[in-house]
Design a protein around this ligand. Structure first.
Ligand code: SF4
Length: 383
């Protein structure tokens, strides 16, 4: 913030601009691969899947070392692509833990043998979340189109007790993207799954997951931004929201009646959708400060935000950008100055809306900057 204050003062006076401090993002999304063995109807990263481009493993590790030395604290292994398909998946988890980073994984569940292989490396606060989105094999297969046609939810969930047995500290989540009639990925109509929410929560609890997380379906608009478009429904939005709220309530009631610690969670997107104030989150300041705090490292390059993964205008640099930290800082400063979030993210229900406006107000104010940010005591560095 000190740097941003000095930068704006220098810009106003036409003086030489101060260099960016020796910082790297606190948290990154790391796409290990673009390969995927599913063909999900609701996939947000459809256009970048299964490219021929690969990470150079040693360059990637050098990037991660350089970032860790400049403040990186956590890594989420996620997609555009299925992270467990990376040939050295368990080795990469071990390497990240050697760097003393918090590590999380978002997986489609098809290679839980590899999650099991990596399980012993995780520590308390780390998590693995499986994107399953269904309670029945019929809906699961129609939504995900796994390459192994006989893959079942019983088979995927059967790994959970084994993974927990190896490492009880690892938090395991069942992710459920809620879809409803009228949603689509381009011309592909999505399969509705609201009617399976309660049964999925039961399935997750009985399988030994720690929680189920419900979130609404997102789409990519033409410019590549990831947006929530709840108006796109074949039935009244109010009726869709009422069904979702009833299902969440019933799932919570059943979990409570079972007397377990299992949690039924709603994502921020879902909470603002059901509260009716989701449009408030599409109003961003010109500068997105999150671009410095969190970036997305993929085989196709390093991007400023998951909401713009794979989009040219959001490209900060190459896949191993941070192996050359000086160049990475220069490119990050360029992006902070040049990417107009008030325009590029004006349709995105941004989870960091409040953080960006809070940081903006601190830069604009003349009062001394606070010594510590609120929430530092939470010991959770994922962004
Ligand atoms: S304003 Fe929000 S959606 Fe836009 S780049 Fe920043 S974090 Fe991403």
């Amino acid at each position: 913030m000190k740097w941003q204050r000095a930068l704006r003062a220098a810009q106003a006076k036409g003086e030489p601009l101060p260099a960016m401090p020796d910082l790297a993002p606190v948290s990154i999304n790391l796409d290990l691969t673009t390969a995927c063995n599913y063909a999900c109807d609701h996939c947000i990263d459809w256009d970048i899947l299964n490219s021929k481009v690969r990470h150079d493993d040693e360059q990637l590790r050098e990037s991660l070392r350089q970032m860790r030395d400049r403040g990186l604290r956590s890594v989420i292994l996620i997609g555009g692509g299925e992270p467990t398909l990376y040939p050295g998946f368990a080795d990469m988890v071990a390497f990240l833990k050697e760097l003393e980073l918090q590590v999380a994984v978002v997986s489609n569940g098809s290679r839980n043998d590899r999650v099991l292989k990596a399980a012993s490396h995780f520590t308390k606060g780390d998590w693995v979340r499986l994107s399953l989105d269904a309670a029945s094999d019929d809906v699961f297969r129609r939504m995900h189109n796994p390459s192994k046609k006989t893959l079942s939810l019983d088979e995927i969930c059967g790994w959970i007790p084994q993974i927990k047995a190896v490492n009880p500290d690892l938090t395991l989540g069942f992710s459920f993207v809620i879809t409803w009639q009228g949603g689509s990925r381009g011309d592909v109509k999505v399969v509705e799954n609201i009617h399976e929410m309660v049964a999925a929560a039961d399935r997750a609890r009985l399988a030994g997951f720690d929680y189920i997380s419900f979130k609404p379906f997102l789409e990519r608009q033409e410019d590549g931004a990831e947006v929530m478009d709840p108006q796109k429904t074949a039935v009244e939005l109010e009726a869709v929201i009422a069904r979702i709220q009833a299902a969440v309530g019933e799932a919570r009631g059943r979990a409570a009646a079972a007397g377990s610690d299992f949690k039924v969670l709603e994502s921020t997107n879902l909470r603002v959708l059901t509260a009716g104030n989701w449009r408030d989150y599409t109003n961003q300041p010109r500068t997105c400060h999150m671009q410095l705090l969190r970036q997305v490292v993929t085989p196709l390059g390093t991007f400023n935000c998951p909401a713009h993964r794979g989009v040219d205008k959001a490209l900060v640099g190459g896949q191993s950008l941070w192996a050359d930290a000086a160049a990475a800082k220069g490119e990050t400063a360029r992006m902070l100055d040049g990417f107009d979030a008030s325009r590029e993210c004006s349709q995105v229900t941004c989870l960091y809306h409040g953080t960006n406006w809070w940081l903006e107000s601190l830069i604009d104010a003349s009062a001394p900057l606070p010594v510590a940010a609120p929430g530092a005591e939470r010991d959770d560095t994922f962004l």
